[in-house]
Design a protein around this ligand. Structure first.
Ligand SMILES: [Fe+2]
Ligand SMILES: [Fe+2]
Length: 188
């Protein structure tokens, strides 16, 4: 089955490749950490991203959406650069930029739900919801790691993400159920 929704197809292709960039970045991030627990936590997040990539691909295959060679190349390079940089930029920035990135990724999955609904397709709601919530959990985890850091207020001001700014409107303590998940990310 083919779908006629360019923005949705593009978003799926981007997400598929960006998940690889995230997974690569977390390999470097985990490698740069000393604490075994923190290393393990970031490895688990890397594993989540590989899972997301597999799930996004499954959806793409339903609608014969090809993998974008351009995005695959671009995000491969980006992921590797971030991965190596984690060893040289100190402990704070990898957490900060991971959190900021995750914050933006959350709504990509809810936006896919919106787009699918425009086509009257609801069969992917659950998995997309699950992935969006997982990205939110990642965001919260990274924020918790730097909440007390002295650099956070400065970075928060400059990059508009941190203890008071988020790029999404998900509150893990008060979640909407799956069938109301199109209420999320309306503004984004
Ligand atoms: Fe992900
Ligand atoms: Fe994530």
């Amino acid at each position: 089955m083919k779908i006629n929704h360019d923005r949705l197809s593009d978003l799926l292709q981007r997400a598929y490749s960006a998940e690889k960039a995230a997974a690569f970045a977390y390999q470097g991030h985990a490698g740069s950490l000393r604490s075994p627990e923190k290393k393990q936590a970031v490895r688990q997040i890397e594993e989540d991203e590989w899972n997301h990539r597999r799930e996004v691909l499954k959806i793409m295959q339903v609608y014969n959406i090809p993998i974008s060679k351009y995005y695959e190349f671009r995000f491969h390079v980006i992921g590797k650069i971030i991965s190596y940089s984690c060893y040289v930029i100190g402990w704070f920035m990898p957490y900060f930029f991971a959190g900021k990135l995750e914050s933006g990724n959350v709504c990509e999955y809810f936006r896919m739900i919106h787009y699918f609904h425009e086509l009257d397709i609801r069969i992917h709601d659950e998995i997309l919801y699950e992935m969006g919530i997982k990205e939110k959990e990642h965001e919260v985890y990274f924020l918790e790691q730097i909440r007390q850091a002295k650099w956070l207020p400065f970075f928060e001001k400059v990059f508009h993400w941190g203890a008071t700014y988020s790029a999404n409107d998900i509150d893990l303590d008060h979640k909407y159920p799956v069938d109301q998940s199109d209420r999320y990310c309306k503004k984004n």
